[in-house]
Design a protein around this ligand. Structure first.
Ligand SMILES: NC(=O)c1ccc[n+]([C@@H]2O[C@H](COP(=O)([O-])OP(=O)(O)OC[C@H]3O[C@@H](n4cnc5c(N)ncnc54)[C@H](O)[C@@H]3O)[C@@H](O)[C@H]2O)c1
Length: 242
């Protein structure tokens, strides 16, 4: 098993991609903190048995992120892997987007990644090893209509990933991002069927991805197999754009 006895915090693990990642990581031998605002995470952790614990967290809250890191240490003794997966959308065309919609997305998708990484990094630095995996998006790489706030946050995640890869490399910590394309989760299910069909036609592999496709990429980047990869943005999008 590729993640034997590693301790991983996965944010946004109550649903969708994060939930699939929690299952994948436990199947690969890891101990997982299912970190989410949504208390459905308690059930996800319960189903995973002794290898998982739920922690209710708002990643946008600095103090809460510190408490999350401490919880992982209290429960499993250390932290090896942080997957900054929690994210939200508040879509609107620019002229209709409110300042509040903009701030909400930035607070979770950008500040949340900053908060959790700042809380976890001291433990990884001390161990001189560790993995940080951030979740960007095709929207952050290519832009997307109606997603000024979301695209900005996900592009910023790429910038932070590369900056931290440079800052943390000397301490044996790798930092990479995964940029999912259109993945079948609640986030995409909310879209009209017709739009989904149109989207599929733009994808080289002609279909949306599954949460497990992203979970597999997280697991690879978290594993020893990826030990010489850092500062990379792995596109897992069925070939939307090349
Ligand atoms: N689904 C896609 O097509 C797609 C595409 C590109 C990128 N992504 C990214 O992948 C990640 C997972 O997305 P998903 O599709 O599984 O979405 P999802 O909505 O199914 O899951 C997101 C999870 O994040 C949690 N969350 C939201 N705000 C939080 C907060 N403040 N603190 C803690 N947890 C919080 C939610 O409760 C939820 O469980 C996100 O970062 C998303 O932006 C998704």
């Amino acid at each position: 098993m590729r993640l034997n006895d590693k301790v991983a915090i996965i944010t946004g693990a109550a649903n969708g991609i994060g939930e699939a990642a929690a299952k994948k990581f436990v199947a690969e031998g890891a101990k997982v903190i299912v970190a989410d605002f949504d208390e459905a995470g308690a059930k996800v952790a319960e189903e995973l048995g002794d290898a998982a614990r739920f922690f209710k967290v708002n990643v946008g809250d600095e103090k809460n992120a510190q408490e999350l890191a401490q919880f992982a240490i209290d429960q499993f003794g250390t932290i090896d892997i942080l997957v900054n997966n929690a994210g939200i959308t508040r879509d609107a065309m620019l002229q209709k987007m409110t300042g509040d919609q903009f701030d909400q997305v930035i607070n979770v998708n950008l500040k949340g990644v900053f908060n959790c990484t700042q809380a976890v990094y001291p433990t990884l630095k001390e161990k001189k090893s560790g993995r940080i995996i951030n979740t960007s998006s095709v929207s952050g790489i290519y832009g997307n209509v109606g997603q000024t706030n979301y695209a900005a946050s996900k592009a910023a995640v790429v910038g932070m990933t590369k900056t931290w890869a440079k800052e943390f490399g000397r301490n044996g910590v790798t930092v990479n991002a995964v940029a999912p394309g259109f993945i079948k989760t609640a986030m995409v299910a909310a879209m009209p069927e017709k739009i989904i069909e149109q989207m599929e036609k733009t994808i080289s592999l002609q279909s949306l991805g599954n949460a497990e496709d992203i979970a597999n990429a997280y697991a690879f980047l978290a594993s020893d197999e990826a030990k010489y990869i850092t500062g990379h943005v792995l596109h897992v999008d069925g070939g939307i754009m090349m």
